[in-house]
Design a protein around this ligand. Structure first.
Ligand SMILES: [Zn+2]
Length: 394
């Protein structure tokens, strides 16, 4: 239950998190706020892993499922603070809205998860079946699902709740994404005598034309697989008087359920093999981009940029249990999918853990100038999270 004093506590916690600037790889101040709130409410179990993920835990008095609430601590940067009408790290409240970077994406949700866990445990005097975990996750913005691997290893959750913005609707899936790198390799030569070399960019131009003829799969619910060229780069760059010996193009591929690394790469690899068989001078290769980022703990986090899609049936019992409870509380959530990639990619797509999403605010407020959250949404989602806990930990 959310009364006025609880709403104020939650608003204050969210405000502190907004003031704690936390670009990817610099999330330590938010982790500190999580710990402070947890301990101030009398809970002690906090685990910070090697990447700096902060995992808060409350154990129920009876055995039961492990429910993990996942919210990332990092935000995208503020590129030009002068364009903001309110200080992006000021957490100013005007007309029922709190402004600041990360309010909608997703410190509102993370603070609501923490507050809901504390309120729920207090209301029932810890008499519930199972375990509640609230994880503040690092490095989600460019690297969704990678830091989450360490969390699911530690928590071994039975159900995961993702808090990305959904206007408190229930999300049961999302398209995934992959970054595919296509490379061509030539032979350098002086551009005054180009016939002595092999121009890697000419090779790439032909490859790109052929790749455009490929049609990625589509899915009746999730839509199109998408295969879109997003950048291209040759080497050496700039190439003064030289035939480029290397060219690299990146593709954004949106992933549907059931697609694997092998199945995604195969049509492109087959195409390259065929082209290379026809033209022995062409040397080309396709692979997934590899990301490598530094964490605030000093640890390096690394992985291929392949984040699978996932989709659950609305008739799944864990979805139905949650819906039934939310209806009983007077809410009428829609059941849909996320339009963007989330940590659910790991939990549901990679690890096969039952996952749903419910978060405050609109997804189109994420990453914007003047990002804000309606306080009514913030308070509502905390109420919904308590409902989710009641539904799954009874
Ligand atoms: Zn997000």
């Amino acid at each position: 239950m959310m009364d006025e004093s609880r709403k104020e506590q939650l608003t204050a916690l969210c405000g502190k998190m907004i003031k704690a600037q936390s670009y990817s790889g610099h999330e330590n101040l938010v982790a500190e706020e999580m710990k402070t709130f947890w301990e101030a409410n009398g809970f002690r179990d906090i685990h910070v892993d090697r990447y700096g993920n902060c995992i808060c835990h409350i154990k129920g008095s009876r055995p039961g499922p492990r429910i993990l609430f996942d919210g990332h601590m990092d935000t995208v940067p503020v590129t030009d603070a002068s364009k903001w009408e309110h200080d992006p790290f000021g957490a100013e409240i005007v007309d029922g809205r709190m402004y600041g970077r990360g309010t909608s994406d997703m410190k509102g949700a993370l603070s609501a998860m923490l507050a809901a866990a504390v309120f729920f445990a207090k209301d029932c005097g810890n008499d519930f079946a199972g375990d509640i975990y609230v994880a503040g996750v690092v490095h989600e913005e460019c690297f969704e699902g990678v830091a989450a691997r360490a969390i699911s290893e530690y928590v071994k959750p039975d159900v995961v709740v993702i808090g990305e913005a959904s206007l408190c609707n229930v999300k049961i899936g999302q398209r995934g994404r992959a970054e595919i790198v296509v490379e061509t390799f030539g032979v350098p030569a002086h551009s005054a005598n180009p016939e002595k070399g092999v121009n890697a960019v000419y090779g790439m131009c032909r490859v790109i034309e052929e790749i455009r003829k490929l049609t990625p799969p589509s899915h009746p619910v999730m839509g199109k697989g998408i295969l879109e060229l997003t950048d291209i780069k040759s080497s050496p760059y700039p190439g003064a008087s030289v035939v480029p010996e290397y060219c690299r193009a990146t593709y954004d591929r949106r992933l549907l359920v059931g697609e694997t690394k092998e199945s995604v790469l195969k049509p492109i690899q087959d195409l390259l093999d065929r082209m290379m068989a026809e033209d022995p001078a062409l040397k080309a290769k396709a692979s997934f981009a590899v990301g490598k980022e530094l964490c605030y703990t000093g640890e390096t986090i690394e992985g291929e940029r392949f984040f699978p899609g996932w989709l659950y049936d609305r008739e799944e019992p864990f979805v139905q249990d949650v819906l039934e409870k939310l209806h009983e509380m007077g809410y009428e959530p829609e059941i849909t999918q996320y339009n963007f990639c989330t940590n659910g990619s790991h939990y549901a797509g990679e690890a096969g853990i039952r996952t749903l999403g419910i978060g405050p605010s609109r997804e189109n407020l994420a990453h914007t100038v003047n990002e804000y959250i309606e306080l009514s949404e913030l308070h509502k989602v905390a109420d919904c999270y308590q409902g989710v806990m009641e539904a799954l930990l009874k």
